[in-house]
Write a protein that binds this ligand. Structure first.
Ligand SMILES: O=P(O)(O)OC[C@H]1O[C@H](OP(=O)(O)OP(=O)(O)O)[C@H](O)[C@@H]1O
Ligand SMILES: NC(=O)CC[C@H](N)C(=O)O
Ligand SMILES: [Mg+2]
Length: 510
């Protein structure tokens, strides 16, 4: 669940980098591990700045000042494949053919055979375990097949057809062809989001943006947003005065199944994805959850409802309203600690929960408390939360989740750990309650959750994380390979992160 964006400015003398940096900050919640920007300036030269860290730390004023050009792409990384090494920070670059950059949100689930294909048939060297580097090289290899001095839009669409044929998984991407164009495309099931928008300048020319979430487009005054359709791509010329963007349905829509988890946790509430307001789905989740709670608990069993900040707030408030119970902010969040779930290792996650959330005794003492979170994944947050509530003197602690029990891997770009680390893995609801140390745990049903997000246009969602059935299936051996790489990373001496710049060829001298 990384964040991606790309901007093309009509004014060829205006550097795009400052606006890209700002845009990345709007997408920070989608990835805190690494951030990167690549721009394309005169004579097709590519400039880049990327590395481990949050956008504000990686994009220093000095570094950004060196990024020339009116076209550029950005990425916020939350690793799902490979490692957290800074050599896997995106956008990735290959010099041949033509010079290509790519920023990818999602995850490929046939990397074992794709790696073999790259090695044995295409003879391209893949320098990391990142599936995104692989995806870029697949695209490059397909484009190279045209064997032309210069490509045109049709050639790019044709190369993307090859990408769709070869790559299985969830992917929304933005890329650049040096000196030629920016492009974006979305997987044939629309699992990961990607929106397009335009902004008219005073002289009538237009700037264009592609982004993971509508909030970035809106904040930068882009309008006429539209979601790319599953299997659709767009090419925007480097100089928009050369012609309008060209959209093409490269392959037929296989299904239109946005990832339900975007609405539960991942996206910002003020975003609208695939025409669905994230905020409204979270309100609806609160209502449905309350109806479920009413069936499970007697009306006088709950004294007060509380959210686990931040994401669960919208849902918890609406749940309290529907139950007719007071809503209290018993947990206070330290705004300087980021999202704990997307931290790359368990040690960091555990220590962050207490640094991030502090409980106020007065709100708990002698009360039956209903705590609402958006989801319970590893249980890292919930176990600590229940402990804190007990330490503060709560009489009973009920824990409600706006998402159903999570018992399966998330394979399309949200690294929900391997099954065995999920607190609900192989456990009934009452066993989860015992593991969390609470009196009762109440999950939203999947039917209710789907109902909260359904619109006239979108009735199906990717829900494999709740059911174990994935829309694309998973290649044999893929999950084992993922675990093997994870185990290797866990053993890396002193960790694999380094605060150094990464060269265009992904060499990281850590
Ligand atoms: O069961 P766990 O493994 O603890 O994961 C679930 C928790 O992680 C997320 O919060 P996070 O702190 O990442 O972000 P938030 O501030 O947006 O809620 C999510 O909202 C849950 O609270
Ligand atoms: N969360 C994502 O979208 C991750 C993108 C890519 N699979 C990576 O690990 O870098
Ligand atoms: Mg949370």
């Amino acid at each position: 669940m990384c964040g991606i964006l790309g901007i093309v400015l009509a004014d060829q003398n205006r550097p795009v980098a400052p606006e890209l940096c700002d845009g990345c900050i709007f997408l920070q919640h989608r990835g805190q591990d690494a951030a990167g920007i690549a721009t394309c300036g005169e004579r097709g030269r590519i400039y880049q700045c990327k590395g481990n860290g949050m956008a504000r730390d990686v994009f220093t004023q000095n570094r950004v000042a060196g990024l020339s050009g009116a076209m550029g792409i950005g990425h916020l990384r939350y690793p799902t494949a490979g490692s957290s090494a800074n050599s896997e920070a995106q956008p990735f670059y290959v010099n041949s053919p033509y010079g290509i950059n790519l920023a990818h949100n999602g995850n490929l689930v046939n990397t074992v055979s794709l790696n073999r294909y790259m090695d044995e048939d295409v003879h391209r060297h893949i320098n990391t375990d990142s599936d995104s580097e692989l995806l870029l090289n697949i695209f490059a290899a397909e484009l190279e097949k045209h064997n032309k001095y210069r490509v045109n839009n049709e050639d790019v669409f044709h190369a993307l057809e090859g990408v769709y044929r070869l790559c299985r998984g969830g992917y929304a991407c933005v890329g650049m062809l040096a000196g030629f164009a920016m492009f974006g495309f979305r997987d044939p099931n629309g699992i990961r989001p990607l929106l397009f928008g335009e902004r008219e300048n005073a002289d009538g020319t237009k700037d264009y943006m592609l982004a993971s979430e509508s909030v970035v487009l809106k904040a930068h005054n882009f309008s006429k947003f539209r979601d790319l359709l599953p299997g659709e791509a767009v090419i925007i010329p480097k100089d928009p005065k050369a012609g309008p963007p060209e959209f093409k349905q490269v392959v037929p829509i296989n299904s239109y199944r946005p990832d339900l988890f975007e609405y539960v946790y991942f996206a910002r509430p003020d975003s609208v994805l695939d025409g669905i307001s994230v905020y409204h789905t979270r309100l609806a989740m609160g209502v449905k959850l309350a109806e479920n709670i009413k069936r499970r608990l007697a009306a006088d069993e709950v004294d007060v409802v509380m959210a686990v900040p931040d994401t669960a707030r919208t849902c918890a408030l609406q749940c309290a309203n529907t139950l007719g119970k007071p809503y209290r902010e018993g947990f206070v969040k330290n705004r300087y600690v980021g999202r704990t779930f997307i931290m790359p290792n368990q040690k960091e996650r555990v220590s962050s929960v207490r640094r991030k959330l502090n409980a106020m005794d007065s709100e708990f003492r002698g009360k039956n408390v209903l705590i609402v979170d958006d989801s319970i994944v590893r249980g890292t947050t919930s176990i600590e939360i229940v402990n804190m509530a007990r330490e503060c003197g709560a009489k009973k602690v009920f824990f409600a989740s706006a998402a159903p029990a999570i018992r399966y891997n998330h394979i399309y770009g949200i690294d929900l750990t391997d099954n065995k680390n999920l607190i609900a893995y192989n456990k009934s609801e009452s066993e989860v309650a015992t593991a969390l140390g609470c009196d009762e745990v109440i999950y939203q049903t999947l039917e209710d959750l789907v109902d909260c997000c359904t619109t006239e246009k979108i009735q199906n969602f990717e829900v494999g994380v709740f059911t174990g059935n994935y829309v694309t299936g998973v290649e044999d051996g893929y999950l084992n390979e993922l675990e093997r790489v994870r185990a290797l990373n866990a053993k890396a001496p002193g960790g694999i992160k380094a605060a150094v710049d990464v060269g265009l060829y992904n060499s990281a001298d850590y």
